[in-house]
Design a protein around this ligand. Structure first.
Ligand SMILES: Nc1nc2c(ncn2[C@@H]2O[C@H](COP(=O)(O)OP(=O)(O)OP(=O)(O)O)[C@@H](O)[C@H]2O)c(=O)[nH]1
Ligand SMILES: [Mg+2]
Length: 335
């Protein structure tokens, strides 16, 4: 561990914002450096409460988050916001808009905003986001908001890192329900019908109720809970109407977020949640490391060429070839 990283980490722990920004860039761009940094930072994490917020484009996420953040600031909370963009270039403009709308919070000193746009993170977007969460946690954020557009698989993974998941929907036909990945709906704790001032808000609430009635598997699998435990300790998703422009109903929303946090703590669901998160995160790292190793082997090895020939000649089948490669990696056969 170089002195440079050590210095950055100790400044991060003192709450130095520039060190936080620098460390996030480092973990984002290089998984080997990330490994070194996170190994030092991890013991200082575990204090932040993580909120995942998603919604179709234009549903009001930026406005909603700005209003929510103002409320948290009133409670003297330190807040980190991570805007996760899918790699689609279409969202570039939207992101810029977000930056401008949320800029007011920079000056307030206790809000840190970071976007994870289009960097082609090594080891994946979810890995980079999880590491960024850890850095902001160690930085001393009480609340970390992870905002996504809710359409990609990596976003579903990212949401598994959140304690409370909020999905924004808006009055109107059920299109937005279709846009959001089904996997996200299943792990949503609080449904927000934003733009409650527009006609059709109650109708949207009914649509969500109907959808929830159909989807009986809510959260059963997400936390890898024992089924009996899950049946007793089951959170019923709440639905709240909000107006993000006026702040109407946000007090109510804060209460429900607090209630969900209490539920996680009192039932012990939080510990299952943590276990499943550690498992899935480690699995992701392992998959990445193994695939790197396999790719390197395949690129460098002449032996692979010979195996390919054999499979081509049909004197070997692809499963057997895979097992040979596993042997070459030094891992037990048929793993
Ligand atoms: N009437 C009404 N308009 C709202 C409300 N919340 C947000 N808006 C408006 O909806 C539009 C989109 O809001 P944004 O906050 O940019 O939505 P977004 O989900 O961040 O949009 P993208 O970043 O493009 O995905 C803006 O014109 C907001 O002023 C609300 O509660 N009521
Ligand atoms: Mg936005």
């Amino acid at each position: 561990m170089s002195e440079k990283y050590k210095r950055l980490i100790s400044k991060l722990l003192e709450g130095d914002i520039r060190s936080a920004a620098r460390l996030i860039t480092l973990v984002e761009n290089d998984i080997q450096i990330a490994e070194k940094i996170i190994s030092q930072v991890y013991k200082h994490t575990g204090n932040a409460y993580i909120l995942g917020i998603t919604g179709a484009p234009g549903s009001g996420k930026s406005t909603f988050i700005s209003t929510l953040v103002k409320k948290f600031i009133e409670q003297e909370k330190k807040i980190g916001i991570i805007c996760v963009d899918p790699t689609s270039p279409l969202t570039g403009g939207a992101l810029l808009g977000d930056r401008i709308r949320m800029k007011q919070h920079f000056s307030m000193g206790n809000v840190f905003i970071r976007s994870m746009a289009n960097r082609g993170q090594l080891g994946g977007l979810a890995r980079a986001t999880e590491d960024t969460i850890k850095i902001l946690d160690a930085f001393g954020c009480d609340i970390i908001i992870v905002e996504t557009v809710g359409v990609g698989q990596s976003e579903v993974d990212i949401f598994k890192s959140a304690h409370t998941v909020l999905v924004l929907l808006v009055p109107g036909m059920g299109d937005d329900i279709q846009v959001i990945k089904a996997g996200i709906m299943e792990i949503t704790d609080i449904f927000i019908v934003n733009k409650m001032d527009l006609p059709g808000a109650d109708r949207k609430v009914s649509e969500i109720v109907q959808m929830l009635e159909l989807n009986m598997n809510y959260k059963f699998d997400n936390n890898n809970l024992n089924e009996d435990f899950a049946k007793i300790n089951r959170w019923t998703p709440e639905i709240i109407k909000t107006n993000s422009k006026t702040g109407e109903n946000f007090e109510n929303l804060l209460e429900v977020i607090a209630k969900h946090k209490e539920f996680l703590l009192e039932t012990g669901v939080i510990s299952n949640y943590l276990k499943s998160r550690i498992k899935s995160e480690t699995l992701k790292i392992l998959k990445y490391k193994l695939s790197q190793k396999i790719e390197k082997l395949i690129d460098d090895s002449h032996a692979i060429e010979e195996l390919i020939e054999e499979v081509k000649e049909r004197s070997m089948d692809p499963y057997s070839m895979a097992n040979k490669i596993v042997q070459m990696l030094g891992i037990e056969e048929n793993f």
